[in-house]
Design a protein around this ligand. Structure first.
Ligand code: SF4
Ligand code: SF4
Length: 210
């Protein structure tokens, strides 16, 4: 078993793009062990389906190791990326977060991340994605609330934040204040106010069993 990311239902992705005039699509080719197959066909399929819905595409690319190289990938693509309203990222949660950090544009996650034990070790490299199987980065400005908030809250900030610091330790930033600031910068405070439903972790267990 070696699942790392798989595409979200297309209608869910389409919902993310509702306010976009045009997008750029970036598909991660994966790392040495994961998701290298089907990159080209996944991307072609996604482009075709989005174009069918009348959303403009300024371009697309397949690049490896977005989790580690997002900044240099975006620099490399700066001439070809055009001026899209947003970026649609076909990658695991780490990849999406890294791209969101490296751009001022809105970043949409196209995938959910799952993991097996072996890959979990890779994920620990940055502790930034818990591979929850139901990615919510769309609503949190590309910052994962499960890892950036000390309590992994899905709706925050909690009453323990003070002057942007977390009650668990005043040495660390409140993750939900960071999310608020990012969403404010992106002009997406309406989305910030969406209530995130509890996660159904049984879905990941099913993935592990299958
Ligand atoms: S919400 Fe967080 S833990 Fe879940 S897939 Fe996205 S980045 Fe990973
Ligand atoms: S203060 Fe912020 S980071 Fe700390 S637990 Fe509350 S919401 Fe999470």
């Amino acid at each position: 078993m070696m699942i790392v990311f798989e595409q979200k239902p297309f209608e869910e992705i389409l919902g993310y793009l509702i306010n976009d005039k045009s997008i750029f699509i970036l598909r991660c080719k994966g790392c040495a062990r994961v998701n290298q197959a089907n990159a080209e066909s996944d991307l072609m399929d996604m482009k075709g389906r989005i174009e069918e819905r009348g959303i403009g595409i300024t371009g697309s690319a397949i690049k490896g190791l977005l989790c580690m190289k997002a900044k240099s990938v975006l620099e490399e693509l700066s001439e070809t990326i055009g001026n899209p309203t947003s970026l649609l990222i076909m990658a695991c949660g780490l990849g999406v977060q890294s791209v969101a950090e490296a751009t001022h544009k809105i970043v949409h996650p196209a995938c959910n991340s799952f993991v097996d034990k072996e890959i979990l070790e890779l994920g620990k490299r940055e502790y930034r994605c818990r591979t929850c199987g139901d990615c919510v980065l769309e609503f949190t400005g590309g910052i994962c609330p499960l890892t950036v908030c000390s309590k992994g809250l899905l709706n925050g900030p909690c009453g323990g934040n003070s002057l942007g610091k977390c009650e668990v330790s005043r040495e660390i930033d409140c993750g939900w204040v960071l999310i608020f600031e990012r969403m404010k910068k992106l002009g997406r405070l309406k989305e910030f106010m969406s209530f995130l439903e509890p996660k159904d972790y049984r879905k990941i267990q099913k993935k592990k069993i299958s």
